[in-house]
Structures are given as structure tokens and as C-alpha cells.
Design a protein around this ligand. Structure first.
Ligand code: PEP
Length: 246
């Protein structure tokens, strides 16, 4: 269960969240929990998560380790800091910051090279869904993101299916709609690699997931978890999402 805070919370608010979830998250053998926070909060997040089941993620990084790239975040520095994951290809980054499939592929490779794991986002717009293009579009995003990445690395990676029309809108894809596309993504991974890799890769659904709908979504056979924006920011809500099995 991964939270994505987007551009919300300062270090003080991050600490308050950590205090709020302390001792209430499941062991990672039951449900793995991750929070993706803004770069400015990562020092606080990593320090507070140490020794707890909570894993940590950046919301973006650059594809070079170091150099003259003013304002960017180094994947190597994220690894050195103790981060576990980096979210890449979120629709907000693709849309507002013009990230391409090629950028996302370069970032995925840089993340893996540094011993971190990518959470690779994909998903269609409402126009694309209504035009019947969802499966082809998502397949093209996944194929481009994974180009040149080994099966061993894909097995450890995470893909998040996030229909753009369901993000932050309160409109959740129905559990059946989410399952259908997530199963399609798994079949694409099987075609690109093999059944074992497709089985191992963790595929999340994201788009207005909340405590009230998480159980139904997680009951679907191909949905391994959730990538949650709004409902991940309140500690009580994140604790409820993480403990959805109880
Ligand atoms: C997200 O930020 O990736 C997301 C799915 O947001 P929300 O849960 O608020 O729709």
C-alpha cells in the first residue's frame, strides 16, 4: 500500500504523520507499506521510518547520478539517503512537466542501477478510455518504460495503473475496470518477458482509493496493492488502508 503525498506536507507535518502511524502499520510480511513524499521531506521520512515496517519513496528523480542539472534529484543520493523506491511517470509529471516515455525508461534504469526500485505509473485519459484505446495506450507506456530492463529487475519493480480520470477526482474505476486493465498489464509483461516475471511484478491500482473502497479493489486477483494520493495524507486513513485485511 503506497501513499503519494504529491506536493503536500513540510518536514514538521511529515514528522506528525510518522508519529500518527507509529506502531499501527502491519508487518511487511503481511502488507508492505510505502510513503512517497516531496524531496524536502525525505530526510525526516527516512529517519522516522527506520526500524518500522514503513518503506520510503521519492516522487521523482533525474536519470543521471550527478552533474550540472540544477534543481534535479540524484537517484544515487536517494539511495545513499536510505530510500527504497522512486515513483516515476506519474500522470502529473507526464502532463505538467512533459515527461516522455523515454525519460521514464531512463529514470527506471538509473533507479535500478542505484539499487532502488521504481514504481512506474501508467494510465489513460478519459478521452482515450471512451475511444477504446485504454489497453493499447497502457501497453505502449509499459513497454516503453521497461525497454532494456532485465526480467530480474522487472520482478522486483512495481507498476501502478492509474487512470487519469480517476486521480484526485473522487471517481474510482470500478474494481472490475481496474482488474481488467491490471490483468492486461500483467499479460503485456508476460509477453515481453515470461509468466514468472509477470507473476512476480507487483501491480498497483491508483485513483481515488480510500478506506471505503480498498477492500473491493484488493480482492481482485491481479491487483496487488494501491497507490493512494489524497487518502494517504491523514495518518488514520493510511493506517486503515494498510490494515484493509483486518
Ligand atoms: C495519486 O496521486 O497517484 C492518486 C491516485 O491520487 P488520488 O488517490 O487522490 O486519486
Amino acid at each position: 500500500m503506497a501513499g503519494n503525498w504529491k506536493m503536500n506536507k513540510n518536514p514538521e507535518e511529515t514528522q506528525a504523520f510518522l508519529d500518527g502511524v507509529k506502531g499501527k502499520l502491519p508487518e511487511s510480511s503481511k502488507v508492505q507499506t510505502v510513503i512517497a513524499a516531496p524531496a524536502i521531506d525525505l530526510t525526516t521520512l527516512v529517519a522516522g521510518a527506520k526500524g518500522t515496517p514503513l518503506q520510503t519513496a521519492a516522487e521523482n528523480c533525474y536519470f543521471e547520478d550527478a552533474g550540472a542539472f540544477t534543481g534535479e534529484t540524484s537517484p544515487k543520493a536517494l539511495k545513499d539517503m536510505g530510500l527504497d523506491y522512486v515513483v516515476i511517470g506519474h500522470s502529473e509529471r507526464r502532463g505538467y512537466f512533459h515527461e516522455t516515455d523515454q525519460d521514464i525508461n531512463k529514470k527506471a534504469k538509473a533507479i535500478l542501477k542505484n539499487g532502488l526500485l521504481p514504481i512506474i505509473c501508467c494510465g489513460e485519459s478519459l478521452d482515450q478510455r471512451e475511444a477504446g484505446q485504454t489497453n493499447d495506450w497502457v501497453a505502449s507506456q509499459v513497454e516503453a518504460a521497461l525497454a532494456g530492463i532485465s526480467a530480474a529487475d522487472v520482478k522486483n519493480s512495481v507498476i501502478a495503473y492509474e487512470p487519469i480520470w480517476a486521480i484526485g477526482t473522487g471517481k474510482t474505476a470500478s474494481a472490475d475496470q481496474a482488474q481488467e486493465v491490471v490483468a492486461h498489464i500483467r499479460s503485456i509483461v508476460a509477453k515481453l518477458y515470461d509468466a514468472e516475471t509477470a507473476d512476480a511484478v507487483r501491480i498497483l491500482y491508483g485513483g481515488s482509493v480510500k478506506p471505503a473502497n480498498v477492500k473491493e479493489l484488493m480482492a481482485k486477483p491481479d491487483i496487488d496493492g494501491g497507490l493512494v494520493g489524497g487518502a494517504s495524507m491523514d495518518p488514520e486513513s493510511f493506517v486503515a488502508l494498510a490494515n484493509y485485511q483486518d
